[in-house]
Design a protein around this ligand. Structure first.
Ligand SMILES: [Ca+2]
Ligand SMILES: [Ca+2]
Length: 245
C-alpha cells in the first residue's frame, strides 16, 4: 500500500506545489508520479472554504518545468485559491484584517526598509492580517508592503522600489520580524525583472493543526509560490514551485 500522500495545487493557476507524504514535505516533482488522476481536493480562498473539486493526473509543462493539474469544476482564475488534497479542515482559524494605517506597522516597515538600505523609501502597506498560527492563544501579524507603482510586474526598477511580506511574532517575550520574501532596489535598472511578493493564504497544509503561510511571488512573465512552516517559532520555507520565462 502507498503511504498516505496529500498534494497541494495552486488552483487559480492550475499547478502542483508539492505536498506531504507520510507527514513529510515533498516537492512537485516527487508528488506528480504519485497522482493518478481522480484525486479529491478541498478548495480554499484566503479566508473561506470554497468546496471540493476533482484533480486530473498531472502533466509536465515547459517554462518551469512545472506540473499542471486540471481541476473540475474549474476554479475562477480571478480569485486566489489553494486546493488541498487532504480531508482535514485547512482553515481552522481565519485571518482578521487590520488597518494598514497603524503607526506600529508603519514603523515596522520603515525599520525593515532602513535595515535593508532604503531609508528614504515610501512606506506603503498593502495588507495587515492577524492570525494565531499555532493556536497557542498568541496572535501573529503578517503584513505586506511595496513601493508606489509596484503593483504589477515591471521590466525596470526605480531607486527605492521594494516589495516585502513580513511576519511579526512574539518570541521569547520579544516581537521579532521575519521576512517571508522581500526585494529591495537601491538603484534604477533597466531591463530588470523585480520580484513582487504578496501574502496568498494562511492554511494548514499538512493537517497538524498549525497554519502554514503561502507567499506568492510574481515577476515579468513568471509566477511562483512558497510555503513557510513554523519550526521552533520561526518560519522556514519548506516548498516552492512556479513557472516563468
Ligand atoms: Ca500563535
Ligand atoms: Ca500545518
Amino acid at each position: 500500500m502507498m503511504p498516505p500522500h496529500y498534494p497541494i495545487v495552486v488552483a487559480d493557476d492550475s499547478y502542483l506545489l508539492g505536498g506531504t507524504e507520510n507527514g513529510k514535505w515533498i516537492d512537485a516533482g516527487r508528488m506528480a508520479p504519485l497522482l493518478r488522476g481522480g484525486e479529491r481536493y478541498w478548495l480554499y480562498a484566503p479566508s473561506r472554504y470554497l468546496g471540493t473539486a476533482m484533480g486530473a493526473r498531472p502533466t509536465e509543462e515547459l517554462h518551469g518545468p512545472y506540473h499542471s493539474v486540471r481541476l473540475s469544476p474549474e476554479p475562477a482564475k480571478t480569485e486566489q485559491a489553494i486546493a488541498v488534497g487532504g480531508p482535514w479542515n485547512a482553515l481552522p482559524r481565519r485571518p482578521v484584517t487590520l488597518s494598514p494605517a497603524s503607526a506600529v506597522y508603519r514603523q515596522a516597515v520603515r525599520d525593515i526598509l532602513r535595515q535593508n538600505g532604503l531609508p528614504r523609501a515610501t512606506v506603503r502597506i498593502i495588507q495587515v492580517v492577524r492570525i494565531d498560527l499555532e493556536g497557542d492563544g498568541t496572535d501573529e501579524v503578517i503584513l505586506s508592503a511595496r513601493a508606489p507603482g509596484m503593483d504589477r510586474p515591471q521590466t525596470y526598477v526605480r531607486a527605492n522600489d521594494y516589495s516585502l511580506v513580513a511576519l511579526r511574532k512574539l518570541l521569547d517575550g520579544q516581537v521579532k520580524t521575519f521576512l517571508l520574501g522581500a526585494s529591495f532596489y537601491k538603484t534604477p535598472e533597466k531591463p530588470a525583472a523585480p520580484c513582487l511578493y504578496t501574502l496568498s493564504s494562511i492554511l494548514d497544509l499538512d493537517g497538524d493543526g498549525v497554519l502554514e503561510i503561502l507567499v506568492a511571488d510574481a515577476f515579468y512573465e513568471g509566477k511562483g509560490m512558497v510555503i513557510y512552516q513554523m519550526q521552533s517559532g520561526k518560519p522556514v520555507a519548506v516548498l516552492n514551485a512556479g513557472f516563468g520565462a
